[in-house]
Design a protein around this ligand. Sequence first.
Ligand code: DAH
Length: 362
Amino acid sequence: MAKFPELEALKSELLEQIEGAKNLAALEQVRIAALGKKGKISEQMAKLGTLPAEQRREFGQATNTVKAAVTEALEARKAVLEAAELEARLASERDDITLPVRLGPLAEGRIHPVSQVFDEVIEIFADMGFSVAEGPDIETDDYNFTKLNIPEEHPARQEHDTFYLRETTAADGSNRPRMLLRTHTSPVQIRTMLSQKPPIRIIAPGRVYRCDSDQTHTPMFHQIEGLVIDESTHLGHLKWCLEEFCKAFFEVDEVKMRFRASHFPFTEPSMEVDIDAAAIGKPGHWLEILGSGMVHPNVIRNCGLDPEKYQGFAFGMGLDRIAMLKYGIPDLRDMFAADLRWMKHYGFLPIDVPTLAGGLSS
Ligand code: DAH
């Protein structure tokens, strides 16, 4: 090859470029510049035809030798660069499996105590054979008051601090019945008796609204209504049912209860129920937890049922209140402040679904 110094120079030039290629893309550029159709080695090959016949063979061989050396160097450099790139990727994509596990949404999210207590109460009453009934938050005056034996001008209407909706007129100019935000879940009693035949055994959990706000009152809160209507249910059943509920809900074997004579227009007789605070580990005083009674014959009649034939009991319970008692929550307003720190403290893990078999609150 000493005969062809230009080939010798080309070879060293190309080998130097190959060694100098910093990455695979640069190496590919070098390869194209050397061996591509218009590459420097291809250029030399093309010269062959212009040479005198006696030189061709030797020049051809010499060029092929250069080509072989360059090809070999390209492959060797490629292998080195590929290995280096793989190393770099492995280093940058390495996972440190000793880092602490990031908590997923299941462990981050919390169930609000109100939702938790809804689930607990539903679980207990479902086990006793009650089903869940629902009614709308926007009610008619008729269902919220009149059919519940609270006629117009009845003083109980004033006690409820009702939010009324603006009056609207129908297409014919007449006034539509004035709507309101239900002040209690009792209208679901009416809706149920109007739409189902006895025997009836329902609970109705939901939101209720009253224009009131302080440490123990918020304009929106939650109640759970109970209603049993058949031909033979009496006061003894009501007491048994509420006792069983309290034991299950507060997760204790015994609860001392006090049934106090009271007055509600939709029950006769009416009773307010207190429990001994020993149930929540603070013995020594009574806590009022609900109102109840035997459904007033007028209410049964207002729903198209015969009060001579049908009877039963009803109760209404403040859900937020029993949640606060059970879980030691001091201020009702915090329940609805949407403060994540509060939720972390008082909330429940989503996977801890309350069941009687597995434990309500564990
Ligand atoms: N609706 C009543 C209230 O909100 C609570 C209540 C009392 C409901 C007695 C009842 C009942 O079903 O029988 O103050």
